[in-house]
Write a protein of this length. Structure first.
Length: 223
């Protein structure tokens, strides 16, 4: 019994330390971003690097363990992906500050949030879409975005300034989406705002519901 108890406590301690380490990494990257934003890699160089990795929304899931995620994160850092940060998303209500990378893939998603679908997306214009992992662990990546309330603030911070959005919608969509002639179908979470509507910020991650694996979406309008 004692051996079983000690074994259980040992595993629990490892998990707690791993989560703490992951959250600490996020906070460290946030501070580095604030201090060195002017020294970051030029945007055109970031775009060139991003195109060398395959963008794949299937990577936005919560199927992997924290250990697997940390392994991918280590590989991403060895590849220098962590140096390709060009902006940051800050959500005060969640105490969240994550680096933003170009293109959603297993490497960028292990380190922070990543742009999705629109290669030429600009902050403060159109529909700025960010993907992130739901590790179902408080404080880690996009695990907490389901806790956001309507009206709460989401900031995009870059060399160009701060773009503030307020949460206007929260909803769940299927794990897939349809394109019609390469364009998202009307009323998709990927759709561009209609004429006269405000620019959007869209965050999405995976969740499991009674329908299986779906996507949890948070949208906000530019203020």
């Amino acid at each position: 019994m004692k051996k079983w108890l000690f074994g259980f406590l040992g595993v629990a301690l490892i998990v707690v330390c791993s989560v703490f380490g992951y959250v600490s990494y996020q906070k460290h990257e946030g501070e580095v971003f604030k201090q060195n934003i002017e020294k970051k890699m030029p945007v055109d160089q970031i775009n060139a690097h991003a195109k060398s990795y395959k963008e794949d929304a299937t990577n936005v899931n919560n199927d992997m363990s924290l250990g697997q995620m940390l392994s991918i994160q280590k590989e991403a850092i060895e590849m220098g992906v962590n140096k390709q940060v060009f902006a940051q998303i800050q959500i005060p209500a969640l105490g969240l500050a994550l680096p933003i990378f170009k293109g959603a893939n297993q490497y960028t998603l292990s380190l922070g949030a990543a742009t999705y679908f629109y290669e030429d997306a600009e902050m403060g214009k159109g529909n700025y879409v960010l993907a992130g992992h739901n590790m179902e662990m408080p404080g880690v990546l996009f695990s907490d975005i389901q806790k956001l309330s309507l009206g709460e603030v989401m900031d995009l911070v870059s060399n160009d300034g701060v773009y503030r959005y307020k949460v206007t919608r929260k909803f769940i969509v299927p794990g897939y989406f349809r394109l019609i002639d390469g364009v998202p179908e009307e009323n998709s979470f990927l759709s561009l705002p209609k004429k006269g509507e405000k620019p959007l910020l869209t965050l999405f991650t995976c969740v499991y519901t009674s329908q299986g694996k779906e996507r949890y979406v948070v949208q906000g309008e530019l203020q």
